[in-house]
Design a protein around this ligand. Structure first.
Ligand code: ZN
Length: 206
């Protein structure tokens, strides 16, 4: 059975008429979450936050990072959430043991070439592969940075709190990295057990 067959088979067993009440498009708790695509967060992060279906917008990418600070896909989704769907607060949630921390861009480039991706295509479209991939040194550093990027984006209203959290994909606990109400950072404390953390400069980038 192919993976497609398995998915469709599971879906046929899942669907029952009238089993799921219709929900509004807008998030009931007026929040948006921007987090990582890590598989360990699936069906785990939202319950760990006390969130149910229909209560939050969830945006995901590799490493919950932003490589286009002005108008990339993440900012577009957040702007849509705020102005179209009633999002009032944003939660940037990184996680411990993130696969995007300290990725070796050279090794990824070798794998791309080995799979037949043209070196010209890489050079033209992603000349700085490491920057394009959004590689970061530490998940806490990345959460701090992404909170600042969102906070300073002129398309995001100033009255929208942007929180930064760090999630443990093993036991499900959350630590506050940045309190979006006060803009206070607890990054150093959260990362104190990890020697690879290097504090960033404090304050807003704008
Ligand atoms: Zn991750």
């Amino acid at each position: 059975m192919t993976k497609l067959d398995q998915i469709i088979d599971a879906n046929r067993r899942f669907v029952h008429p009238n089993a799921f009440p219709p929900l509004p498009k807008s998030p009931k708790k007026q929040i948006a979450i921007f987090t990582c695509m890590d598989t360990r967060l699936v069906d785990f992060l939202e319950p760990a936050m006390g969130l149910k279906r229909g209560e939050a917008k969830v945006i995901k990418n590799a490493g919950n990072t932003i490589v286009d600070p002005m108008s990339g896909a993440v900012i577009r989704s957040l702007v849509a959430g705020i102005f179209m769907l009633g999002v009032e607060e944003i939660f940037v949630i990184g996680h411990r043991d993130c696969g995007m921390a300290d990725v070796d861009a050279d090794s990824i480039k070798k794998k791309m070439l080995a799979r037949g991706i043209s070196p010209d295509v890489i050079d033209i479209h992603v000349p700085d592969l490491k920057q394009w991939l959004g590689v970061f040194s530490h998940p806490v550093h990345n959460v701090e940075r992404v909170v600042k990027i969102i906070r300073c984006n002129p398309l995001i209203p100033d009255d929208v709190p942007v929180h930064g959290l760090l999630f443990c994909p093993n036991d499900g606990h959350l630590d506050i990295v940045v309190n979006g109400y006060t803009r206070e950072s607890f990054a150093a404390r959260v990362a104190e057990e990890d020697d690879s953390y290097i504090p960033t400069s404090s304050g807003c980038c704008c």
